[in-house]
Design a protein around this ligand. Structure first.
Ligand code: SIN
Length: 469
């Protein structure tokens, strides 16, 4: 078994497949470059006495604007309470209240507080800490660091191995069970909350392998990235609004009419529109008061580094590419259209998120689908290893500045036919020798084909949208 990527999905798969032998490949050191590590808000699960999985299912479906797969939503959301127990068994320490129950935060479009968190706002880092320790303590898992996979070998519709670049030279590994757990695409944009290295490598590998990709046009923009600099911006978690923060502009006006915790696509559009209208956008966190530093220690440190005191000063924010709802289309086994090629976590399109992901459903999906993929792969009878054909090592996958510029200008929060046509023409010219351009072209094609606005895909040339405005 080969697992590509050592974020939450990849490590859960490796742990779930034990004692079957696994090679866990990661492009850097284990834990580095995984967006899971950066996740602040938390992981959603209906565990409160005032909550029920049916409510969590309904909130997920509502956020997804009718494009979720209800069967998948039900399967994943129902597994939430159980996966929390599994994570705790691996050593994850979620924050607890004084009476010892799990502390629950609120995020946008959740009707109940159900966001479990660790160390306040360092939930991803806490989960990663525990999973890394568990992985290191599991003898069946061989971690291969600094192995950047550049090619997946496919024979007669089946995945049969990978080719990776390593410091010691090209590494070919034959195997007929391969999991992509490579994360998202935020690094294709000028402003993102993802590690800059997250440029959709898994999607590029899957695309080259002939796997079906789906829902590529649905890219979620987070409304509150810290508006300082470009590239990988620091996130100001939605959980901060869950504790009472509100949007204001430079005049102190609350421009969201009290809907500060509306679904993320709605809020991102409103913040973007306000910026486009020439305003500045801030998060007013002053109502949280001195509690800010203990509830949000990581964000307090981010603010301190930027010279902002969130107890007294508003935080400048802007929308930034945050999460890709689309990805490698997988079935209930988390297997792609290429036999033996699986995908889990952000790189996969399971059908959970539809057109707009409900906050904190992504760590949940990564943990559950990673685990389930690991189990399925371990249960499959291993076929005799194939010999892999010789192949020169393909060039590294990179996102050229011109490509980032095109994506930012034409595939951001607002899109239109004219911009998409320009992006497609430019990307077509770049696509022959650039896998990132091929992926971006597929994203632009999907966005052009969807001529109406739904969820995170907003067409400013959609007549129904113009009427609504
Ligand atoms: C956040 O903390 O605002 C991000 C949570 C998420 O994207 O699920």
């Amino acid at each position: 078994m080969i697992i590509i990527g050592a974020g939450v999905a990849g490590m859960m798969a490796a742990l779930a497949s034990a004692p079957a032998p696994v090679r866990l490949l990661t492009a850097g050191k284990i834990g580095e470059g995984a967006a899971s590590q950066w996740s602040q808000g938390g992981i959603a699960a209906a565990i409160g006495a005032d909550d029920h999985v049916d409510l969590h299912i309904a909130d997920t479906l509502a956020a997804g604007h009718g494009l979720c797969d209800p069967t998948v939503v039900s399967r994943i959301i129902k597994a939430g309470p159980e996966i929390i127990a599994t994570l705790e068994a691996y050593g994850v320490r979620f924050d607890r209240t004084e009476d010892g129950t799990l502390a629950r935060g609120l995020e946008a479009a959740h009707r109940r507080p159900r966001i479990l968190h660790g160390n306040g706002d360092a939930t991803g880092a806490e989960i990663m800490r525990a999973l890394m320790a568990a992985v290191r303590a599991t003898p069946s898992i061989q971690v291969i660091e600094q192995a950047a996979v550049r090619h997946i070998f496919v024979e007669e519709g089946r995945a049969i191995g990978v080719l990776a670049a390593t410091p010691g030279g090209p590494l070919s590994l034959a195997d007929d069970q391969i999991l992509l757990a490579t994360g998202g695409i935020g690094g294709l944009f000028a402003y993102s909350t993802n590690p800059e290295s997250a440029i959709g490598q898994g999607l590029m590998l899957a695309q080259a392998a002939g796997a079906k990709l789906a829902d590529l046009e649905f890219i979620q923009f987070h409304p509150t990235a810290l508006a300082i600099g470009t590239g990988a911006l620091k996130l100001i978690s939605e959980a901060v609004r869950g504790e009472g923060a509100v949007f204001i502009d430079e005049t102190g006006t609350r421009f969201m009419d009290g809907a500060d915790l509306a679904p993320r696509d709605v809020v991102a559009r409103a913040a973007f529109d306000h910026l486009q209208a020439g305003h500045q956008v801030f998060l007013d966190t002053t109502s949280i008061g001195a509690r800010f530093a203990t509830r949000f220690p990581a964000i307090a440190a981010i603010c301190a580094q930027a010279g902002i005191d969130p107890v007294r000063q508003p935080i400048p924010v802007r929308p930034a590419a945050h999460y890709h709802m689309g990805g490698v289309a997988v079935d209930a086994q988390n297997e792609s259209s290429v036999t033996g090629l699986f995908a889990a976590g952000e790189v996969a399109r399971t059908g959970l998120h539809g057109a707009n992901r409900l906050a904190s459903n992504s760590l949940l999906e990564a943990a559950i689908c990673g685990r389930d993929a690991g189990r399925v792969m371990a249960e499959r009878a291993a076929r005799p290893a194939r010999s892999l054909p010789p192949l020169p090592l393909p060039a590294p996958m990179i996102a050229r500045p011109a490509l980032r510029d095109l994506m930012t200008r034409h595939l951001g929060v607002l899109r239109d036919a004219h911009g998409l046509a320009a992006a497609r023409a430019a990307l077509s010219r770049m696509a022959s020798d650039d896998p990132a351009a091929r992926l971006c072209l597929a994203i632009a094609e999907a966005a052009a084909a969807r001529t109406d606005s739904v969820g995170a895909h907003t067409r400013r040339d959609d007549a129904s949208m113009r009427r609504a405005a």
